[in-house]
Design a binder for this molecule. Structure first.
Ligand code: HEC
Ligand SMILES: [Cu+2]
Length: 352
């Protein structure tokens, strides 16, 4: 009897230790790009600075309460000849104490928490505005001053505040770059703001954080912070138009497929030569702007290329059957032949 009880306790301790160590191993690991424990800018830091004191207060409360229970269990257990313990039921002093102390703790936590909730979304008037538009299942970024559109990767200057001015084209989405700030909703017909800042250049991963339909789990986001000079150069590059392919040159065939297969119904490409029917403004359905598609190292909601896959392999899979890669995708399977796909890839790869 005693033996099996000991074995049970040992098993319990072991399971507990595995759970605690398992949880700890997630903190700061490189395979965990969505960790909230590695703030990379002032707004994420503000959240982190709130989290830890609250966490340690909770740990103290936990130890105190569980400790008191254990003490009561062991000290006052029924033994041969033991007297009944002193009964405290209805002690006003104790009841007042354990009502007021938690109330004070909660009030103390509520003040900085409430302030932070507002501060994290009240953009500095001098912040750089970047509009974020949620789509099933990718994020679009519009830079109003430079008048450029891009997708999946939001490029920002390091060390400067960016104000994400957000909305949704369809259903609720939620923009979440854990290293830069908390989550915030993208609401159709409304505008929400979120402050972002990365202190150092780097790539910060994110994800849509609100269930938004079939491929919600395939709606990722990236923020690429670069040196301010590099940011200016990037903006200037993105403002340039795509070269209009000339018959007989490499990308021409793919460019023709693009026109023939109705890709232009959904995708904008800004061409140098606007005399032809080439300037394709937002059409009936809004897909990612492809003018500088090759400058983006991820696509299709930042899920492609997958690890170990080359860009062209991923692009081939995508063009062959988008809804297979992303269930429910609004880019249909256009029944392209292998030759058409290869031609498209040559052209798409040229659009830096
Ligand atoms: C009915 C609209 C529609 C048509 C037609 C369409 N697409 Fe798309 N396309 C989309 C949408 C929407 C996405 C984004 C899908 C996602 O990430 O969930 C997309 C994504 C892409 C991407 C990845 C872009 C990125 O940066 O993520 C490429 C490349 C692309 N389409 C090429 C094409 C080509 C080439 C054709 C024609 C053969 C085509 N599309 C036809 C709607 C369309
Ligand atoms: Cu989502």
């Amino acid at each position: 009897m005693v033996r099996s009880r000991h074995r049970l306790i040992r098993l319990g301790v072991l399971i507990g230790a595995v759970l605690v160590l398992g949880a700890c191993s997630l903190i700061g690991s490189e395979d965990q790009p969505l960790t909230t424990f590695e703030p990379a800018g002032p707004f994420a830091e503000q959240i982190d600075n709130l989290f830890w004191p609250v966490f340690w207060i909770a740990v103290a409360v936990f130890i105190l309460v569980q400790g008191a229970i254990l003490v009561a269990v062991f000290m006052f257990r029924d033994r041969d000849g033991s007297k009944e313990a002193k009964q405290l039921h209805g002690s006003p002093k104790l009841e007042i104490a354990w009502t007021i102390v938690p109330a004070l703790i909660l009030a103390g936590i509520a003040v900085p928490t409430t302030a932070a909730v507002f501060e994290l979304t009240e953009c500095d008037p001098d912040a750089i505005e970047i509009q974020v538009i949620g789509h099933q299942w990718w994020f679009e970024y519009h830079y109003p001053e430079a008048e450029i559109d891009t997708a999946n990767i939001m490029v920002i200057p390091a060390g400067q505040e960016v104000c994400a001015v957000m909305t949704s084209d369809d259903v609720l989405h939620n923009f979440w770059i854990p290293a830069l700030n908390g989550k915030r909703y993208l609401v159709p017909g409304q505008t929400t703001l979120l402050r972002l800042q990365a202190d150092e250049p780097g790539e910060y991963w994110g994800h849509c954080a609100e269930f938004c339909g079939l491929s919600h789990s395939l709606m990722r986001a990236r923020v690429q912070a670069v040196e301010p000079a590099e940011y200016e150069a990037w903006l200037a590059e993105q403002q340039t138009a795509a070269a209009t392919p000339v018959e007989g040159t490499d990308g021409y065939e793919g460019f023709e497929v693009f026109g023939a297969k109705g890709c232009i119904q959904c995708h904008t490409v800004r061409f140098e030569d606007d005399s032809a029917s080439n300037i394709i403004e937002r059409a009936s359905f809004n897909g990612p702007d492809l003018t500088h598609f090759a400058s983006r190292n991820v696509f299709a909601g930042a899920i492609l290329p997958e690890e170990g896959q080359s860009r062209d392999e991923a692009l081939k899979d995508w063009l062959a059957d988008p809804p297979y890669i992303k269930p429910g995708s609004f880019m249909p399977d256009l029944a392209l032949t292998e030759a058409e796909i290869d031609a498209l890839i040559v052209w798409l790869d040229s659009m830096e």
